[in-house]
Design a protein. Structure first.
Length: 294
């Protein structure tokens, strides 16, 4: 049973919306939310408010006023700005779930600690669906061990202590993203070319032989679709991945190329509702999907 009754969410995209609903179902009395896209009534976050149990605030500071826990779930590029938008926390917890480089987390942590908050690094290690608030989250920083029981109390049951140092959990997340987001880009590029040559099924069959799983066609469709819908924030994340790798002397050749793919993919977002892989590939190619990836 949670002892917290007031939580603020900064960022109301996919993660923020899921957490708002789960926190409400779990009995949290006050959930305040703020997103920069609330300024646009047509945006996804604005439309989601119509069926949300959360209350929209006028800005990040208003959302966090009186909150016992502030959860930051913004796009990677906005991580530090979201933290800096809050100027006083009076001992409240601040859980940073953003997918960024260790150095970026450390910059956000320095500000939150300076304005009286207890900063906890959070690295989300799996898609937020289907486990939702039960998704695996690695916690880091000097307050992380004490925060585990708080996290479980509000329903974040997948949260676990990882390190007493801010940055280690995010390093694990960033290294994971090299593979996960990179595979999205590789499958997209592979399948567009295969469809153009009429060899899609042969490629899918060969992948099944090399990497045993029965659903490479479904995997390709899923991953390409995720890039079309979420590529913009994925590109931001991959730039943070590149920063993470460069900091330890690993040249981010593949990650930088992945960022270009993810940045380009949302140009075809309107096609994301095509259910069949071949139908989606054909529509992307017809719209110039084999060009403009740089």
């Amino acid at each position: 049973m949670s002892t917290l009754q007031s939580i603020a969410l900064i960022g109301y995209g996919e993660v923020g919306q899921i957490l708002a609903n789960d926190l409400h179902t779990g009995g949290i009395g006050r959930i305040a939310v703020w997103d920069t896209l609330f300024a646009d009534a047509r945006s996804g976050p604005s439309r989601a408010l119509a069926s949300s149990p959360a209350q929209a605030a006028t800005d990040a500071m208003a959302a966090s006023a009186g909150a016992q826990l502030v959860i930051s779930a913004v796009t990677s590029a906005q991580t530090v700005a979201a933290a800096q938008a809050i100027t006083a926390l009076q001992g409240a917890w601040f859980l940073d779930l953003n997918s960024v480089a260790p150095q970026t987390k450390q910059a956000a942590a320095a500000h939150i600690e300076a304005c009286g908050g207890k900063y906890v690094e959070g690295a989300v290690m799996a898609p937020i669906s289907p486990k939702r608030s039960g998704t695996a989250i690695l916690l880091g920083g000097p307050h992380a061990a004490a925060f585990v029981s708080v996290a479980h109390g509000v329903g974040l049951t997948g949260a676990q202590f990882f390190s007493g140092e801010v940055g280690q959990a995010s390093a694990a997340k960033m290294c994971r993203s090299v593979i996960v987001k990179g595979l999205e880009a590789l499958l997209g590029e592979c399948m567009l070319a295969a469809h153009s040559y009429g060899v899609t099924q042969s490629v899918v069959d060969s992948l099944r032989d090399l990497f045993p799983r029965n659903d490479w066609r479904a995997m390709a469709r899923y991953m390409i679709g995720r890039s079309l819908v979420h590529g913009t924030r994925r590109a931001e994340e991959m730039r943070e991945v590149a920063r993470t790798l460069a900091a330890v002397g690993v040249e981010p050749r593949m990650s930088e190329a992945c960022a270009r793919w993810q940045e380009w993919a949302p140009r075809h977002k309107a096609l994301a509702d095509r259910q069949a892989l071949e139908e989606l590939l054909e529509a992307m190619l017809a719209a110039g999907g084999a060009r403009g990836g740089r």
